[in-house]
Ligand binder design. Sequence first.
Ligand SMILES: *Cc1c(COP(=O)(O)O)cnc(C)c1O
Length: 369
Amino acid sequence: MVLRGWIMLDLLQPHIRNLKMYEGVDPTEVLAQKAGISGDKVIRLNGNENPYGPSPAVSQALGNFNDYNLYPDPEQRTLREALSSYLDMGPEYIIAGNGSDELIDLTLRMVLGPGEKMIEPDPTFGMYAICARICGGNVVVVPRNEIFDIDLESTRLAIDSQTKAILIASPNNPTGNTTPDWQIEQLLETGILVVVDETYYEFCGKTVMPMVREHPNLVVLRTFSKWAGLAGLRIGLGVMDPDIARVMMAVKPPYNVNLAAEVALLASLENLEPLLERVRSITSERDRMYSLLQQVPGLTVWPSDANFILCGFPQERGQDMVNGLAMRGIFVRYFSNERMKDHARISVGLPHETDALVEALRDITKDMA
Ligand SMILES: *Cc1c(COP(=O)(O)O)cnc(C)c1O
């Protein structure tokens, strides 16, 4: 008898079988094909990638390294030491991951059992819900208020004996705002695990990391994907109570961070100043982009602490605006859900990309009037 697809699917856990895939960013060739243009005309403002690329020190270090035949250190000794000086936290607090995505997954697998609850203040980064569902957990969505701040009262009311964790991106993706320390402190007092995802920390300098020393139920995540231009090499980090870190060392795959990523990270940290200079270019370009967007009629532009800006379009116009940009070779992040469907998250690119974006938006809104 031939096994049919549906019989195979029956073998899968029900919560796994129906999982929806994370919508990541498409490769440039795919975007070029969608717009009917050549790859070098594509403007990628949809993935919060670093338009300046990795540090020049990285390709040199990768080329000079000769030991790719060896396994990386499962205890991440060199990595954790280097990260320790960068973060000013002891190495026993630190775990490196295959992007911060892996650390979200590992953290949730450590706390969330089938049927238990994870809270996410919505809208936020899509991976939290996906990782929670892979654990068989229930995602409790608590809407952020009208200015996208966390609604502490509703959050507290949503916590019950089944609630294990809350995941907070700060600055939040896609809204760009940070959560103040006092709110994090109040959430820590509830006793559930509070994960603060500081993926965009370097673009604002606001952090709760030092609070990990006093709060064993706080986990802070960072990444080298955005500010250091290493998204393609996959390296992030988690800072947490040393007891939790010890357990996470046992949960993680032994060689989760590959040697190329390690070499790249060390080269980036040894030569920080040029990278920080680029971060400053990105934040000043963000401020320029913010004021240019504000001058486009019909747009609502949200202030941002990150390397992207959330833009609201006229009602029922979001999809058309985003399509109009794509036809002009400019790709931004669109959200199809009810609350965000007339919004796009636009990454800060190079100055000429900002200019092209603003010109295209003026063009499209003129056609709509
Ligand atoms: C981009 C992003 C990540 C993923 O970072 P990686 O280190 O590339 O896995 C995690 N959290 C948020 C909020 C992000 O925007």
